[in-house]
Structure formats: C-alpha cells, structure tokens
Design a binder for this molecule. Sequence first.
Ligand code: ZN
Ligand code: ZN
Length: 433
Amino acid sequence: MLKNTIGILCVLVAFASQIVFADAKDMSKEIDAATAKIMPKVVKWRRHFHQNPELSNREFKTAKMVADHMRGLGFEVKEGIAKTGVVGILKGAMPGPTIGLRADMDALPVKERVNIPFASKVIADYQGQKVPVMHACGHDTHIAMLMGTAEVLAGMKDKIKGTVVFIYQPAEEGPPEGERGGAELMVEEGVMTTPKIDAIFGIHINSQTEIGTIRYKKGATMASSDWFKIKIKGKQAHGSAPWAGVDPIVTATQIIGGLQTIVSRQSRLTTAPVVITVGKINAGVRENIIPETLEMAGTIRTLDSDMQKDVHRRIRHTVKTIAESAGATATVEIDTKTLVTYNTPELVEKMLPSLEKVVGKDRLIESEWTTGAEDFSYFGTKAPSFYFFVGGMPKGKNPMEAAGHHTPDFYLDDSRLDVGVKAFANIVFDYSD
Ligand SMILES: [Zn+2]
Ligand SMILES: [Zn+2]
C-alpha cells in the first residue's frame, strides 16, 4: 500500500512538474510573440529619447513620458521620486513576490559625432555652462526596453503572480555639483521598501558587445567608485632656493608614487583588483616660484567592500606620513559615489535559464568583472540583485574598434532591443514560479 502510494505520488509530482515546466515554456513563447508586436514602438521610443536627451536630475520630459505611458497601461504611478524619478506598480492577478526592474534615464554632456538621422542636437545648461547633450551611455535604450517590458507584462497581467515595480531612475551618471540624486536617494525615499521589493534586476547595454548577446558575472560585477581630493600645504619660496621653502609639487610626486604602491605592494590583488587614478593636479603660477599649495583629485575603484575600506585607510595614512616627511601638511577627502555592484550568486543561478531562453546558451557569456561603476549597487543593499549586460554592437564588428561609452562616436545598433524586453519579462515569470 505504502509502495503504491509512493508510486502514485511520484507520478503526481512528475505530472505537476511537467505542468510547471510546460507553463514556463509557454510563457517564453507568449513573451516572444508579444515582444515581436511591440518592437517597432520600442525602437521608436529609443530614437525619440536619443534625439531628446536630458542631463542628470533634469530628466523632466523623459519622466513625464514614462509616467504617462504607465498610467495608460493602468499602473499605479508615483512621480518626483529623487527629483525626477518615476515608479510604476503593476499588480498581477495572483499573489506572489514583488520584483523590481530598473532603467536609468539620464544623458551626458557629450557632443554627438555619429551620423544618424536621430542624432542629438540638444544644448543644455550644465554647471553654469552651455553644453551639447548626448545619450552617450545608452540609457535611451534602457528606458525604451523597460517601457517595452511594461507593455508586454501589462498584456499578461492575468498570468502574473505577484507585483512588478518599474523603476525609472534619474542621475545615474551623478547629480550636478551641490545636488543629490540617483539610486541612493531613490532608496532613501523608500523605493525598495514601499512596496517591499524581494529581488531587483537591472540591464546595461554595451557598445562593445555584439547584439543578441548577454554578459553577466556572479558576485562582484562592477566596482565601487570613490572620488578623492588631496590638498598639500607647503611653504612658498623662490624657485632658485628650494631649501628656503617646502615644495608641494615634489611632495605630490612622492604621494602619487605612494598611492600606486598601495595598489601594487599593499593590496591583496588575488582577492580583487584595485585601481587608484590621479586625474587632476593644480598648482603653481610661474616657472620660478615654488607654490605654497597643491590640490589633486582622483578616483578609487575596488571590487570588494572590505578592500574599499582598507584602501581608504591606507590612502589617508600614506598621504599624511609622506607630507610629514617633507615638512608639509596634507588633507584627504574621500567621497563614495557608488558601492560594489554585487550579483547575488543564488539569484544569478536561478535566473540564468531565463536568460538562456532569450539568447541561447552560446550567447549567454560569463564575463570578467569591470572597474566601471554603477549606482544600481545601492538597490542591491536592500534586496538580492542581478545586473547584466545586453549587446548593442553591430554584428561582426571588432569590439576594439567600436567606440566606448561616454565618447562622441558612441553608437548602438538598436535592432535587438527585444533581448532586454524578453529578459526582463521572462525573469518576472520565472522568478515567481
Ligand atoms: Zn555612463
Ligand atoms: Zn550607463
């Protein structure tokens, strides 16, 4: 009897798992069909945003358009979050988890040099200057792909278990000086907690990855980014008599060398990479005057949050002691811009089959970490998160020859934005399964 019961149970379990499997498979087909129908709109939206880019914390028209779009789909919409951010909530017909999908909306002060009919000619105010504006990081495609996902999922509401929160984020590239913004502020204003998001997903397009491809990495995927400022105070003297003063320029060269030995001699590089770059030095007015002060600034990248703290401590110590040895004084300011973007390994494992359905096994590529940074990392402090890359480079092009992000020649092939739409839509169904 017991044997029989187990036998029947086994059959039932097998049958049930088949139903689940068949169900999931059916959804991906349905998603494919629904996505195919709306792709002309997605490309049209992308080109509209490309032609009408807005700088960080100034995404007024973009925000209005995504808010109107979601209202039209019947979502509950909240506007003005972290200045210009918009959140839309889609409630599925059945109970289940709450999933966050995020797109960033801002463009950059870059002059477009690409010869396309929808090239940007926009000029805007930036830190008191008139500057050309361009979607030179591809956030235009992120907005369009998330709008596409919203449209596909709105049409499948009856089959959704749980809630989908669409997050349109301002100022990913960093707010203008003196302002706050971006993911950190969205988190502070409760985006991850009302409603409470159980898992969050984000996509970045990539101009050097071929279309139809997805790249991802488990664990730390993008670096933390800190900006630092070092001020050295020496003693002014005639250029012919350095012993009469304290030279902040020579002290600075020693400090720069010291900073590089933090990377090469003091950091455990087998755990994760570290980068320290001095990008700016200001001192002096004339050939024969040793100046009194010097200022330099730069950025720190780490892929491990403990190493990030360790590097901060070592920079402060190195700067202080080298300055002292020269008879100068120095101060260090470190401003954290983003944390390490961390892909929760169990979540990545769970969602890889969904991404495989979209691009196939061969085009789902596990990649190296990158020393670029993303403020998506702040969302990841509140829930398991997964951030991955979708290809935007024309087929067959050499990645080494494709223009990088933030450059005037940055170009994206928008013929395969369906990859992002399908990836998000499949994730929603498969996560709550
Ligand atoms: Zn960027
Ligand atoms: Zn970006």
